[in-house]
Design a protein around this ligand. Structure first.
Ligand code: BT5
Length: 266
């Protein structure tokens, strides 16, 4: 069955979802601040693992390091509560599981090849299609996934337009948001299981799709910047960068990674 974009709603996504955990239950909002904020509130109130929050539009969408995430209507703005055991210590791996899951779902629905930029940017032909925001506390992890699905470029802030893309642009017509959301939740269920059984397997799938490894990168944190070659990602999800003075490990919660000399917004 095909759904129009305007048919995106919790009920439409829940119908025929057939997951055990992910999206059970699913809370739908036409508009909210940030699906991560609301998922956190549900988690604090004891919501079970798999509880999902889905929004038509976010007014306070967030990226990493306090950055803003533009979230106009037509996108997939989704967060899921996870309660991994042991809790939270290895939380970056859930970002890798989520970005690989999102990529796999997008490819299944649209056949558009998606690449991954460390840590969890979804990239099509060098432009940002989406991103993943992982936020952990001792008791739970919230994984937020944002994908520009049927998002028209002119609805994005002007400074983001040159570096962003949407599925609409590549497919040429609106993508079925209900079907894509269901596929993302199903893929998340598979990759969340896999990352607990065999975290290495998920990291390998991330590496296969990586546009970062083997490239010269510029790493920037609040105190400093340096360049090197992105050599690998370790089991903690840290990026290993070879510099003139040796190997350095950097963490997604601390740094931006850019291509040197190429203007970029993050
Ligand atoms: C990310 O952050 O890429 C993670 C984005 C996660 C968004 C989801 S939506 C559902 C859930 N609820 C939330 O509030 N967030 C999550 P980061 O790596 O920090 O990238 C942020 C940068 O991407 C910004 O500084 C802009 O340059 C760029 N950007 C912002 N909005 C964009 C968009 N819609 N499309 C492409 N690029 C964007």
């Amino acid at each position: 069955m095909s759904h129009s974009q305007s048919a995106l709603s919790g009920a439409a996504v829940a119908a025929g979802l057939q997951t055990k955990r992910m999206g059970q239950p699913l809370h739908w909002f036409d508009q909210l601040t940030s699906t991560n904020d609301i998922a956190q509130a549900f988690a604090e109130a004891g919501a079970p693992e798999g509880t999902a929050v889905l929004a038509g539009e976010q007014t306070g969408g967030r990226g990493r390091l306090g950055r803003r995430w533009a979230s106009p209507p037509g996108g997939l703005w989704l967060s899921v509560v996870l309660r991994p055991s042991p809790p939270a210590t290895e939380w970056p791996r859930f970002g890798f599981a989520a970005s690989v899951a999102a990529t796999s779902a997008i490819e299944a629905v649209t056949q558009i090849p998606v690449r991954l930029k460390w840590p969890n940017d979804l990239i099509v032909e060098g432009r940002k299609l989406g991103g993943v925001l992982v936020e952990a506390t001792g008791a739970y992890v919230v994984v937020g996934i944002g994908i520009n699905v049927n998002v028209r470029r002119d609805l994005l802030p002007p400074e983001i337009r040159p570096v962003a893309t949407s599925l609409l642009e590549w497919v040429g017509h609106p993508v079925d948001l209900v079907e894509l959301t269901q596929e993302v939740l199903r893929a998340l269920e598979r990759y969340y299981q896999l990352v607990q059984d065999d975290p290495h397997a998920v990291l390998e799938q991330w590496k296969v799709r990586s546009v970062t490894l083997g490239r010269q990168v510029r790493v920037i944190d609040s105190a400093q910047a340096f360049e090197g070659v992105a050599e690998s990602v370790d089991d903690q999800g840290a990026l290993i960068v070879r510099t003139d003075t040796g190997l350095r490990r950097v963490f997604a919660s601390d740094v931006s990674v850019r291509e040197p000399q190429v203007p970029s917004l993050d």
